[in-house]
Design a protein around this ligand. Sequence first.
Ligand SMILES: Cc1cc2nc3c(=O)[nH]c(=O)nc-3n(C[C@H](O)[C@H](O)[C@H](O)COP(=O)(O)OP(=O)(O)OC[C@H]3O[C@@H](n4cnc5c(N)ncnc54)[C@H](O)[C@@H]3O)c2cc1C
Length: 434
Amino acid sequence: MASVDLTHFLVVGAGAAGLMTARELARAGKRVTIIEARDRCGGRIFPLPSEEFGYKAEGGAEFVHGAAPVTRAVMREARLSLSPRQGTRWSARTGALSPDEPSLPDADRFYQALTEVKADLPVAEFLETHFAGRRYDELRRSVTRTVEGYDAADPHRFSTMALRDEWISRDDGEHGRIAQGYGALIDYLASECRLQGAAIHFGAAVTSVDMVRGRIAARCRDGAVFEADAAILAVPLPLLSDIALPSATRERVAATADIGFGNVVKILLRFETKWWADSGGRNLGDLSFLMSNARVPTWWTQHPDEYPVLTGWFAGPKADRVSALTEAELIDMGLASLAEIFDLPPDRISTNLAASRAINWGNDPFARGAYSYATPRTRDALSVLRAPSGDAIFLSGEALYAGPDMGTVEAALASGQETAQTILRGSPATSPRA
Ligand SMILES: Cc1cc2nc3c(=O)[nH]c(=O)nc-3n(C[C@H](O)[C@H](O)[C@H](O)COP(=O)(O)OP(=O)(O)OC[C@H]3O[C@@H](n4cnc5c(N)ncnc54)[C@H](O)[C@@H]3O)c2cc1C
């Protein structure tokens, strides 16, 4: 039976990808059951209650990066607006706070070498091959910092060709936030799913997906069993290997080892006042981003909104190394970094603190990290993972997206849409054999 003839689908995971797949299938008249381990939709989109920060602060995804066509199409449908990023970026990298970010040293040579790469290799190896000398210490540090901090990636695994695509073929679309928050986009998709008749079951952590008498059966940790004609697994990459799967799917899932998955610790601090706006005679009233060499190196404000909130970002292999720290210890680490950056006594900052949260996504049992990144073997892995399987088990999610926005909400939504289109077009996937 072609996938187009299957009628009832289980969607495992109610993140952006799962909800998008479910919405498209339900719209096309399919019966859809969504199974979600948490007690909420959204997954790595995680709005915090307004009472904590004065607005729905984002514990997970926050920005819309560039053109993001699928995200913007859903935003238009849901009547959500984009609040463009504004303000001044400051840097404390050279010691003193300055509105000028130091530029990449030897940038021309670096970009030239990047464009000449013919066979992909990890970024660390690329740097060692072309920029080994002491003269390039700062260049290597700068590239490594961005790979770790922005891509949340391990430079010893991150693909040089992916770095090239990201840095040279930059997407010049406007960056910003959804004014109503990413949660509003999830609420819209979930309500669309329900409107089209899809059922959502919370607190249902799937531990195995089998084929029983020509049907798919998903078993949950609490003993519940859901049956359907086919299943879409829209869980984060590390969780895929935890679910017991039929042997053909398991073999396919082994390819996920060639896709990187990085970690992020996000620290949100709400203060009584925007104390940083007037810092040592400098006017930082329109501060947007602040880059530094402190332990928590990257910070941003909600500018142009006036909320007195600073968000700290700590990513890549370094974030993996703080897995044993408690939330309180992570918050202290954030406060100490701010004291260092602004050259203030730590208690001056902490007495102003009104609310705080630190989320280590690597410790989240249903995410186990933040987002995926490409290694030199990811392209091959994706062709295995995205190929029609013939076993009525489909894979979806940000890491499964082969386009340019890997690791983003756009990737998740596009992957969800693509999965539904593949099914509705009638991929060679067949009804499972008993
Ligand atoms: C801190 C952080 C900041 C980010 N910032 C940005 C940003 O600014 N812009 C951007 O575009 N992207 C950002 N991202 C990435 C973005 O959030 C993700 O790429 C996207 O949300 C992933 O969606 P998804 O549906 O693929 O996966 P998820 O959102 O992870 O959804 C998967 C769902 O599966 C559920 N699940 C897991 N295991 C099971 C199981 N066994 N049984 C049932 N359900 C299960 C999970 O609970 C989850 O709800 C950020 C991510 C993080 C963590």
